[in-house]
Ligand binder design. Sequence first.
Ligand code: DUC
Ligand code: ZN
Ligand code: ZN
Length: 480
Amino acid sequence: MAEFDLVVRGGTVVTGADTVRADIGIRGGKIAAIADRLGGPNEIDAGGLLVLPGGVDTHCHIEQLREDGTADEETWASGSASCLAGGTTSVVTFSTQFKGHGILEPLADYRRRAKHSLVDYSFHQVITDATDEVIFKEIPQVVAEGIRSLKVFLTYDPLHLDDRSYLRVLAAARRNGALVTVHCENYEAIGWRTEALLAAGHTSAKYHSWSRPSIIEREATHRAIALAEMVDQPIQVFHVSCAEVAEEIARAQYRGLKVWAETCTQYFVLTAQDQDRPGFEGAKYMCSPSPRDAAEHARMWDVIRRGTIDVVSSDHSGWCYEGTRGKRMNGSDVSFRDIPNGVPGLAARLPVMFSEGVSKGRIDINHFVRLTATNPAKLFGLPGKGSIAVGYDADLALWDAGKKVTIDNATMQQAIDYTPYDGLDVTGWPVATLLRGQVAMRDGRVQAEPGSGRFLARAPYDLIKPRGVLPDGFDASAWA
Ligand code: DUC
Ligand code: ZN
Ligand code: ZN
């Protein structure tokens, strides 16, 4: 019997720490050896290529349930194929809650849908209604099933939580050993500015960013951190859009708090000015927090280099531009308030960040791997993912660092009918993606079958344990 099922030969293996010339021997879906001159009957030639850990995208919306019983247009089959096309092998998506309802029923539905995935997956549990039933009965059950992160929104109708409800979720997470992830924008301030903008006749997509300037994100980030500090509950701040928000997080990290930061691809290449395109086009670039101006991109690279940002995700959202279920769900002649937020980006994430970061010399390749694979896997408790080591899953992206591609929607291989990165020239592209030792994408052709992805139940892990530091020693989370 051959020693290995497959050998990846002749590549340059890159982890979050090291870059070495080595072959990789794979057995039973796992990395069995990393050494010089391995061989066997089945080899894949990685000569001239980088061998990266498969990407781990810990914030993306795939086939997310809607309140009317339908789901977003990006299905598990299409979204996960897009992941493979872009070198990503694991995702964490969202099981939702609808106000007035519990979390168990939508979770069961979502689990059924996710069985079609071509990549490995786990979920965050969104909490939009912090009832006693949800807080004391359902969250413990869901976390015990391995869904070890809760997502809260401090803005958005009808998702947002007020401060008291946010505190209750933080406390529930602390009791049950989960991480809390937070969408930080000030609900009341956005509502107030939106009302004023609409009254002044400022209705087009461009005013989306005017309704939510960066100070609104900074205030909510500060508040989210302060309340988490009071409860002694670790959090991850999602989609940091600008340096002034990252500074709030850096201050918290300096004080020793367990506060981690995520940003997304769009905050390095899109701008608020993209929303000012003619007609309805601006809707294609509308997401929250809003992209800022072009000067912010350089400031974001600075905070990346300083180490404040831990994760880069896609925040891929399933809204098509055409048709009646996506960006135009409320019509094509509506104000910015009624256009759904979010941009697609599953396949674009690694190529855009590699090109803008590594190819342009802003970060080194190991930092790129940490941001896009190693850190997300560690922070969300996915052992065996996000790095290349003996015993790890053989999830690999074989990467041509010199390949030049102009992004268009066909290269994204997604169900969404546009990409906001259309026309962007990138240097660096995945030529093959392996999931647990199986070649799942080669030369742009996705060859994995729907259902080949596995649910990743997340066990308790030390990184997200509370610090044990409470303002006056009184643990309110034991009581409420
Ligand atoms: N913002 C979010 O918080 N989620 C999805 C899309 C978006 O723009
Ligand atoms: Zn969000
Ligand atoms: Zn999101």
